[in-house]
Ligand binder design. Structure first.
Ligand SMILES: Nc1ncnc2c1ncn2[C@@H]1O[C@H](COP(=O)(O)OP(=O)(O)OP(=O)(O)O)[C@@H](O)[C@H]1O
Length: 895
């Protein structure tokens, strides 16, 4: 081995150019350098040789690499052009490696400075076979890849030629071949530099083999990714293309089958079945994918989706799974609202809520106050829960990180995702109780508006089967989710306000919860309302626990009697009563009329209802505790006026004006609403023997009067009771009769204490009937009315038709208190009753609950005994007491 040196002009190659032995390059050189090279060529006999050394760094042009190549100048040309600064094109051919003997700094003037260089010693030995083979293998692998990746045939041919040459190369020339190959393939600057600086042939083969393997691997991965991308794009394009073709074929087929299938020459939207089918499925899939990973609902969705794919389209089972998935994906699962709605956190929330309640409702001051308290509590709890949620969220990422790691190990047994859920707002559930149309639903709506949440009303009227609340299992034909999940879907959010209206079925007085073989609906209802259980509410159809803890439940009922004990236990009752006429007038003016005007496209200038007319609508056309029929009647009046107004405008346009008056007078009402409904009844109500008016609260929670009718018929001294009466009311009839029999002598009905008024002087039966026979009646409160009716029948004295009464009696003749006083008095007022007889113990109810304007216009008589009730009903001294009024009282006190 021998090494030699020489002096060669140094030509720095601009970064990142590297010339390797055996390769050629052409590069542009600046004018000065070009001219220096020209001088060199002119001075030399043959083509001169320079030392082409790469610049090692792209930032510092003075830092030359240690190794370079002795290169022959093959060509130096100056392309034609007028510019004197035009650069030269230089072509070099690399001959052999050189090493700079000393560090060299290029000349800033681009002149060629000769410098001492050393030629590395030439090795005579061939590198070991194994090394050469490895080198060749890796070179072949790379060349094959490059040929595969290349789009041009000519390049592919080139790579195969090089491969063939490689086979023929002897071991001694393998290192030379390595130089050429590294120069040819797209090796990096660093790789080329490392090859250049490796002077030992064996080591060079090893380095080259490494470079080739690296490049082949990179190329393989790149082309794999490219293929995948290409495949997916291709698939999409193909699908799109095929769909287009399908649509075109359909269109053609339709045009062949005649123009009947075409709407205006175009296909109707009903024809595009397949497309819609595919779109629907894609939509379903997207919705499943959007579900929270790891959640129960998603797992169920994925499972059912896979089943759906296996089952042929058009089969019954396919339809069942489709509709199940539609439901599953339409439910707002709890992750959809993890933030507290803004409204509740606002400082002005309570003021805004108060304004909302005032804007929607007249009066109801106590109830509004209670609702504001309730909302204040809801707000505080929500805010506390939100704070806790944020604290939990801060530690949650760690938990999730862990669960992700586990996920990669085994996807099927991945732990359930722990969600930072908002805690439920626990507390009493409000129960609005009151007659229909008194504002229960609209109060619920106002609460929802104030909380900025969706509102849904769920009516449990006639619910007899647990499945209606909880859904039916999918094994049922036409099964589906229950009322709760249906409402949740309609609400579209997991934190709505639900108003549950609990009513008994029309012909069923017994409470919700009479359990039967279909399961107990009241148990399901209790579960829905129970904050401890409702975060995992199980709907039989959905079959994945649904979180109801964010739902705000409010219950409503018309009367407390329809509510079962356990349900009542969980609720806080807010009683709403009927309205007085005064209140109804205000509500009608301020709320109902404007609402109806808006609904019917009219404004206040076009329809005004005179005060007497409005009052007549309230008193003669409607007679209810609430204002629903009143609203309906006002709606009818506005629609009538809307027609008149439209005719007026049309007539104006045709030049024959028709007069229009916006004010509705009382005299017009009959033309608009027909004959008043309550006139006839009033006329019928006359003073009669044996008839007394009692006060009742009907099943709907509405107060009113009820005639107690009695007649005497020939018989055997018995009492006959009719009118769908319950046990309690029948018993109170018996008590009333026994009392009258005991006092028949004192009331001058019989001649001696021993005589039975039903047997002497004649043998009679008394028949007592409470009309509206189809409606079930029960309760003890008709006691005094029955006693009065018996006395009237047996004595012939009459009770005036403007008097009504209520009160339970005991056998000793005591009158004990009863419930529903407010409703009963309001009902009596509506029925134009002017005097009401009530138990003494109910004075406080009148004082507290009955509106002052009613107290002013009605007479209230509070009685402690039946004697006092008789006196109040028949009038002082009307009944001829044998011993004067004190007699029976003394007798009573002796007892
Ligand atoms: N105090 C009030 N102020 C203004 N409008 C009222 C008032 N009370 C009731 N209304 C109106 O009367 C109509 C009937 O009321 P709503 O539907 O709330 O009755 P409800 O008590 O829920 O009846 P039901 O028991 O039959 O469900 C609504 O349009 C409501 O806005």
């Amino acid at each position: 081995m021998s090494s030699s040196s020489a002096k060669l002009p140094i030509l720095p190659l601009p970064h990142p150019t590297v010339l390797l032995p055996g390769s050629r390059i052409t590069l542009t050189v600046p004018v000065e350098l070009g001219e220096a090279l020209l001088t060199l060529i002119e001075a030399a006999d043959a083509l001169p040789v320079v030392a082409a050394v790469p610049v090692a760094s792209d930032t510092d042009t003075n830092s030359l690499a240690e190794h370079g190549v002795a290169a022959r100048i093959l060509r130096l040309v100056r392309p034609p052009g007028r510019n004197s600064r035009q650069s030269y094109l230089l072509t070099l051919h690399g001959l052999t490696r050189i090493r700079l003997s000393a560090s060299f700094t290029p000349d800033p003037d681009n002149s060629l400075v000769p410098c001492e260089v050393q030629y590395p010693p030439n090795s005579k030995d061939s590198p070991p076979r194994k090394v050469v083979d490895t080198f060749k293998q890796s070179a072949h692998r790379l060349l094959d890849r490059l040929a595969q990746d290349s789009g041009q045939q000519i390049r592919r041919d080139g790579y195969s030629k090089i491969s063939a040459m490689l086979e023929d190369v002897t071991d001694a020339r393998a290192a030379w071949m390595a130089d050429i190959l590294v120069g040819t393939v797209n090796a990096s600057f660093a790789d080329k530099l490392s090859i250049l600086s490796t002077t030992d042939p064996e080591a060079r083969l090893v380095v080259a083999a490494e470079i080739f393997s690296k490049l082949a691997s990179i190329s393989e991965v790149t082309s794999k990714i490219a293929t995948q991308v290409e495949e997916s794009v291709y698939k999409q394009q193909k699908e799109h293309f095929l769909r287009q073709q399908l649509a075109a074929i359909h269109k053609e087929l339709q045009s062949l089958s005649g123009p009947g299938n075409l709407v205006n020459g175009q296909s109707s939207e009903l024809d595009d079945d397949e497309q819609h089918e595919a779109d629907d499925l894609a939509d379903l899939k997207r919705r499943i994918e959007a579900m929270e990973p790891g959640s129960e609902e998603r797992k169920m969705g994925v499972r059912e989706w896979r089943r759906l794919k296996r089952i042929p389209q058009g089969s019954v089972e396919n339809g069942v799974i489709r509709s199940y998935l539609e439901w599953l994906t339409a439910i707002p699962w709890s992750n959809s609202t993890s933030e507290t709605p803004r409204a509740i956190t606002d400082r002005s929330f309570l003021t805004a809520a108060r304004e909302q309640l005032d804007a929607d409702h007249f009066g109801l001051e106590k109830i509004k106050k209670r609702l504001i308290e309730y909302l204040a509590v809801v707000r505080l709890k929500e805010m506390n829960a939100e704070r806790e949620r944020q604290a939990a969220a801060a530690i949650l990422p760690k938990v999730e990180e862990k669960s992700n790691v586990d996920d990669t190990k085994d996807k099927t047994t991945s732990p359930p995702i722990i969600r930072p859920t908002r805690k439920s707002v626990k507390g009493p559930i409000l129960l609005f109780v009151g007659p229909p149309g008194t504002g229960k639903t609209s109060l619920g709506q106002s609460i929802a508006k104030a909380l900025n949440r969706p509102f849904q009303r769920i009516s449990l009227g006639g619910v007899r089967d647990e499945g209606e609340i909880r859904g039916h299992r999918r094994t049922y034909v036409a099964s589906g989710p229950g009322l709760i999940v249906q409402a949740l879907r309609k609400a579209g959010r997991s934190d709505p306000v639900f108003l549950l209206h609990v009513t008994p079925h029309l012909d069923e007085i017994d409470k919700i919860g009479g359990s039967n073989f279909h399961g107990d609906p009241s148990a399901a209802l209790l579960e829905v309302l129970d904050p401890e259980q409702n975060h995992t509410f199980n709907d039989h159809y959905i079959n994945v626990p649904v979180d109801l803890s964010q739902v705000l439940f409010i219950c409503t009922a018309n009367s407390l009697e329809t509510i079962s004990g356990p349900l009542l236990d969980r609720c806080e009752v807010v009683q709403l009563s009927g309205y007085t006429y005064d209140e109804k007038m205000h509500i009608a003016r301020r709320f109902l009329l404007p609402k109806q005007l808006k609904q019917n496209g009219m404004d206040a200038d076009h329809v005004q209802i005179a005060e007497p007319a409005l009052m007549t609508i309230a008193t003669r056309y409607t007679r209810e505790a609430g204002v629903r029929s009143l609203e309906r009647a006002i709606g009818a009046v506005t629609r009538y006026k809307a027609v008149e107004w439209a005719e007026h405008i049309d007539a104006q346009a045709t030049g024959s004006p028709k007069p229009y008056s916006p004010v509705v007078q009382e005299s017009e009402l009959e033309a608009i609403l027909g004959i008043a409904r309550w006139d006839a009844e009033e006329r019928e109500r006359e003073e009669r023997r044996g008839v007394v008016y009692g006060l009742v609260v009907m099943g709907q929670g509405e107060g009113g009067i009820l005639p107690v009718e009695t007649i005497a018929v020939p018989g055997a001294g018995r009492l006959k009771l009719t009118g769908s009466l319950g046990e309690v009311i029948k018993e109170s009839g018996e008590i009333a009769l026994s009392w009258v029999k005991t006092h028949a002598y004192d009331l001058c009905i019989t001649e001696s204490r021993a005589q039975d008024p039903l047997k002497v002087p004649e043998l009679i039966d008394i028949h007592l009937h409470l009309p509206a026979g189809a409606q079930k009646k029960d309760g003890p409160s008709a006691g005094i009315a029955m006693a009065c009716a018996f006395v009237s029948l047996l004595t012939g004295a009459r009770v005036p038709a403007n008097i009504a009464m209520t009160g339970e009696i005991t056998l000793r003749g005591r009158v004990t208190p009863v419930g529903g006083i407010k409703e009963k008095v309001l009902g009596a007022h509506r029925a134009q009753i002017s005097k009401v007889i009530l138990p003494w113990a109910n004075r406080k109810d009148v004082e507290h609950d009955v509106a002052p304007e009613i107290q002013r216009v009605m007479e209230f008589v509070f009685v402690r005994t039946v004697n006092e009730a008789l006196e109040a009903a028949f009038g002082k001294d009307t009944l001829g007491w044998r011993n004067g009024i004190s007699g029976p009282l003394m007798l009573e006190s002796r007892l």
